[in-house]
Write a protein that binds this ligand. Structure first.
Ligand code: UT7
Length: 353
């Protein structure tokens, strides 16, 4: 009997601290009207600076997913952690999550993936391969972000900062032999030619030397080693993410429908068969474009960006977990997940619940 991968439990966590659009106007030249009109976002959550991190939020979501799956944390045999805002540059959040959850056994692997907005879908596809080959039985997949610690709260950063929020989502993946159930297909894509259009470039191993057009205040080239962070970087505000919003938007509205259609074609299904599309929550206008180009009704698309902003790798698992809680994901439903973002990387998954 062929083994497929099912989502056995979902969890999510968002911090208590609600930041409304109006709150951001204290720091930068923006408005509630602009943010709502261009993105659909009304508010987002920020983690508590003194006691929350990407890992602790991931652990909250993971605990819920483990409980919903009806297993114990000791049953987890592999962790996949997707984030662009890790606690440390290294080691990654996978091992930190293992420690935070109190999983002391060492017969477990922990993998960190850095695929930003499409991180959850990449993680799902990796988990699917490991389950189908019989290597693992209980994979914990987490997407979590603490963006608020790394955003530019001046007017210069407004094009990026107003969009992002903090939170975490998680899923426990298990094998199933129930015919036709579970992950039906996953599709992953990348195009590195636009890497810098949505990127957090400093600090990095380029050491500034490979970015000749930028002056980061580095020492002369003949000195051994480099300096990871320079005072000039700090002074010039170069330690923040940058995004060419329009380039990302234009690519996203093409790639989202394309990669969803690819999954539908692979499974000989059509958009009418989709019970619920849970897209990466990038921008409500992007979701509306995708909905229109696939001819989906409102009840076939789940959006919660209004409450949480764009939570990057956490956005799909938070949305999926909320949709499940709201009774919008039921036995036998066809669930479609899709994402596009930094890299550029993008992907889709079709799941028969
Ligand atoms: O998670 C996946 C990765 N990210 C995305 O998918 C994001 C995709 N892109 C977008 O969502 C949109 O491009 C944004 C929401 C980022 C920006 O919306 P836009 O309609 O593309 O605006 P724009 O960048 O073309 O900027 C229009 C104007 C500019 O002013 P001028 O030059 O016309 O005077 C900006 O300076 O809006 C200004 N602006 C703002 N004004 C008020 C940019 N950010 C803000 C702001 N508040 N926060």
């Amino acid at each position: 009997m062929a083994v497929q991968t099912k989502i056995a439990g979902l969890g999510h966590y968002v911090p208590e601290n609600i930041i409304k659009n109006q709150d951001l106007t204290q720091f930068m030249d923006t408005s509630d009207e602009w943010i709502q009109e261009r993105t659909g976002i009304k508010e987002r959550r920020y983690g508590a600076k003194h006691n929350e991190t990407t890992t602790t939020m991931g652990a909250q979501a993971a605990t819920m997913a483990i409980e919903k799956a009806g297993i114990s944390k000791e049953d987890i045999d592999f962790i996949i952690f997707a984030t662009l805002s890790p606690d440390y540059y290294f080691p990654g959040c996978g091992v930190l999550l293992q420690r935070e959850l109190g999983i002391t056994k060492t017969e477990i692997g922990a993998l960190d993936i850095r695929n930003q907005c499409s991180g959850f879908i990449y993680g799902l596809s990796i988990a699917d391969q490991f389950i189908k080959t019989g290597m693992y039985k209980n994979i914990l997949l987490v997407g979590a972000e603490m963006h608020s610690m790394g955003l530019d709260f001046t007017t210069e950063g407004r094009g990026v900062t107003v969009i992002f929020g903090d939170g975490a989502g998680a899923a426990v993946l298990q094998p199933t032999e129930e015919s036709g159930k579970g992950i039906l297909t996953t599709h992953l894509h990348s195009d590195g030619t636009h890497a810098e259009e949505l990127a957090f470039i400093n600090p990095g191993s380029h050491g500034g030397y490979h970015l000749k057009d930028k002056d980061f205040g580095y020492p002369p080239e003949n000195e051994p080693g480099g300096i990871f962070v320079t005072q000039k970087m700090v002074d010039d505000g170069q330690l923040f993410p940058n995004m060419n919003g329009q380039v990302v938007f234009k690519k996203a509205v093409v790639k989202f429908p394309e990669v969803i259609k690819e999954a539908l074609e692979k499974t000989s299904l059509s958009s009418e068969d989709i019970s619920l599309l849970v897209p990466h929550q990038a921008n409500l206008r992007i979701s509306a474009f995708v909905q229109r180009s696939l001819g989906l009704r409102d009840d076939q698309v789940f959006n919660n960006i209004q409450k949480y902003g764009n939570t990057t790798a956490a956005s799909i698992p938070i949305a999926l977990s909320e949709a499940f809680q709201e009774g919008r994901v039921k036995d036998g439903d066809l669930i479609c997940l899709a994402a596009f973002g930094s890299g550029f990387t993008w992907g889709s998954a079709l799941i028969r619940w």
